[in-house]
Write a protein that binds this ligand. Sequence first.
Ligand code: GSH
Length: 214
Amino acid sequence: MKLYTFFRSSASYRVRIALNLKGLSYEQIPIHLRRGGGEQFGATYKTINPQALVPALEDGGRVLIQSLAIMEYLEERHPNPPLLPSNPADKALVRSMALVIACEIHPIQNLRVLVYLKNNLKQSDDDLNRWAQHWIDLGLSALEQMVAPAPKRGKFCFGDTPTLADICLVPQLANARRFACDLSGFPALTAIEGHCMALPAFADAAPEKQPDAE
Ligand SMILES: N[C@@H](CCC(=O)N[C@@H](CS)C(=O)NCC(=O)O)C(=O)O
């Protein structure tokens, strides 16, 4: 398998964790999101991902995009260890936690959104940070409220083994720290992060451990 990735990309980080948890080996193809105006905009990469975003996963001659779709594919192809509970309502709960991050937090402070705010709408760096902090804080506050009293709360967002929710949470918390967000109001989320980072699958996927890390 080939993973088109950027070390600091949180969506790529998710897929790296999922591949590691499943024990799957893969080759990394780094796509630098800033160098030369962004390698994601190159004509060759846009044939791989017309959205000009990372990650993309190549497997068996097929190219898959969108980290959640990639992880669901991995889950179906390689069911063990499972990244989703088997009960339908539990599964929906875990997916909803993942989607709070992947749909409501991450896209609003993605690189291209910040570049547009700065270059087209002439917002200052300070405004950009405040923007990111606001949306991250709003989303994580909701997630803290979902996770803390969850009926099957264990060491992780749901139960005692990592799921898609934890896989989305850890990169989002790393991203929150880059924007200097105050995480003191999220004790359940940061405790879960601690349990995740104790696992090699999470630790080895961290941005600073990647071959393209700066
Ligand atoms: N929903 C997509 C998001 C992908 C995404 O936004 N990737 C970011 C890095 S985390 C990116 O490639 N940004 C490039 C840009 O904004 O130009 C997914 O989950 O794969």
